[in-house]
Design a protein around this ligand. Structure first.
Ligand SMILES: O=C(NC/C=C/[C@H]1O[C@@H](n2cnc3cncnc32)[C@H](O)[C@@H]1O)c1cc([N+](=O)[O-])cc(O)c1O
Ligand SMILES: [Mg+2]
Length: 208
């Protein structure tokens, strides 16, 4: 049967990236998605904004919602100190299988804990299951209609960084974080990965 897009993306990583070199994995995925087959990774342009926010927050604990193929997982993990923890949630087992191999190829397994399941179920269990009361940084890049309900599950002090607030868009989430006194929100204008369409990231600092 025909391969899936994540399988073709992984094959491109294994063919073109150097094992243990996370930057070469990021580059291989970006080249594959730009010149061969588009895929919904945060991409190189928005990825640089993601990198700058991760470096600024310098988090000890990170939660990523929506692993997909592990592109942003690798970008974030590469910037974390050895004792930092990145928990990434993915409910599609086929995507999880691919992401684990991309993360391994990049040599980032030690810092990454990929948990299979849905954010709505897992976030309430974070404390008891992983001993993490709150995260220093949360990267939201999963189904756009889950951003707001999941943000409300996590109001325990952290910086939220959301992908795609313009395209495909998450209007209810954007309205909430921009108008709630609990957040100081900031928009980073960019483009939808590998295209000229406008998109951006929204960084929202929880004020308590
Ligand atoms: O739709 C987009 N992203 C949805 C991402 C979805 C990914 O997160 C997982 N997931 C979903 N809810 C989950 C809940 N819990 C765990 N994993 C979950 C899905 O299994 C998938 O791996 C998207 C679309 C475009 N686009 O141009 O169309 C561009 C982008 O950058 C995007 O991120
Ligand atoms: Mg996205």
């Amino acid at each position: 049967t025909r391969s899936t897009r994540p399988q073709r993306l992984l094959a491109a990583v294994q063919k073109n990236a150097t094992r243990g070199d996370p930057r070469s994995v990021v580059k291989a995925i970006d080249e594959f998605c730009r010149y061969t087959e588009w895929a919904m990774n945060v991409g190189d342009e928005k990825g640089c904004i993601l990198d700058s926010v991760v470096s600024e927050v310098n988090p000890a604990t990170v939660l990523e919602l929506g692993t997909y193929c592990g592109y942003s997982t690798v970008r974030i993990a590469t910037l974390l100190p050895p004792d930092a923890k990145l928990i990434t949630l993915e409910f599609n087992p086929d995507f999880a299988v691919i992401a684990r191999q991309v993360i391994a190829w990049a040599g980032q397994e030690e810092k990454v804990h990929l948990v299979e399941g849905s954010s709505g179920d897992l976030i309430p269990k974070m404390k008891e299951q992983f001993g993490v009361k709150s995260f220093d940084l949360v990267f939201l890049d999963h189904w756009k209609d889950r951003y707001l309900p999941d943000a409300k599950l996590m109001e325990a002090g952290s910086v939220l960084l959301a992908d795609n607030v313009i395209c495909p868009g998450s209007p209810d989430y954007l309205d909430y974080v921009r108008n709630s006194p609990k957040y100081r929100s900031q928009y980073f204008k960019s483009h939808l990965e590998y295209t000229k369409v406008e998109d951006g990231l929204e960084k929202s600092v929880f004020l308590g």
